[in-house]
Design a protein around this ligand. Structure first.
Ligand code: FES
Ligand code: FES
Length: 169
């Protein structure tokens, strides 16, 4: 990365959920703060701010990433996907989101956007996980409300009814 003046706000361009956006960030501004305060995204939640809880999880160039551990300037030029990308333009929930709703995979919903993004990426690699595999993957996220049972049921139901290899969107 080139040398950056820490007092200067630098232009940061992203392809965010398929659309070009631009804002400005000081070199130490976190991607989570940039998405929330500079761009106006509401799904990138911050819990621990040190990479543990997973609430801030987004996809950067398709890779599961903690936005609280990423500087906004590091994401310049990247494709970033947040939970806003899951529903369609009319607000119709994706099949995965509908499965979460059906199986009570969320309560307060604070952890949910990050979890949905992790699951979305995971199912592209492993469209038919076992329950144990799914629980292992979900161990990378903290949820204070649900006990995870509804999430596991939701994903297994989604996988069963959407067919192997189906996209999570
Ligand atoms: S806020 Fe990023 S992992 Fe907890
Ligand atoms: S639904 Fe409340 S923290 Fe997970």
């Amino acid at each position: 990365m080139p040398q950056l003046n820490r007092d200067v706000r630098h232009p940061v361009s992203l392809t965010l959920n398929g659309k070009k956006v631009q804002g400005h960030a000081e070199p130490r501004m976190l991607l989570s703060d940039f998405l929330t305060h500079e761009i106006g995204i509401t799904s990138c939640h911050v819990g621990c701010e040190h990479g543990v809880c997973g609430a801030c999880t987004v996809l950067i160039d398709g890779n599961v990433s903690r936005a609280c551990l990423t500087f906004a300037v590091q994401a310049d030029g990247a494709a970033v996907d947040t939970a806003e990308s899951l529903a369609d333009d009319e607000g119709e929930l994706s099949a995965l989101q509908q499965a979460f709703k059906k199986h009570h995979g969320l309560q307060c919903g604070y952890c949910t956007p990050g979890i949905l993004m992790s699951i979305t990426a995971y199912l592209k690699e492993k469209p038919k996980p076992t329950e144990d595999e799914l629980r292992d993957m979900l161990s990378g996220h903290l949820c204070r409300c649900t006990g995870y049972v509804g999430m596991v049921r939701a994903v297994l139901d989604y996988c069963e009814n959407s067919g192997a290899g189906a996209k999570a969107e």
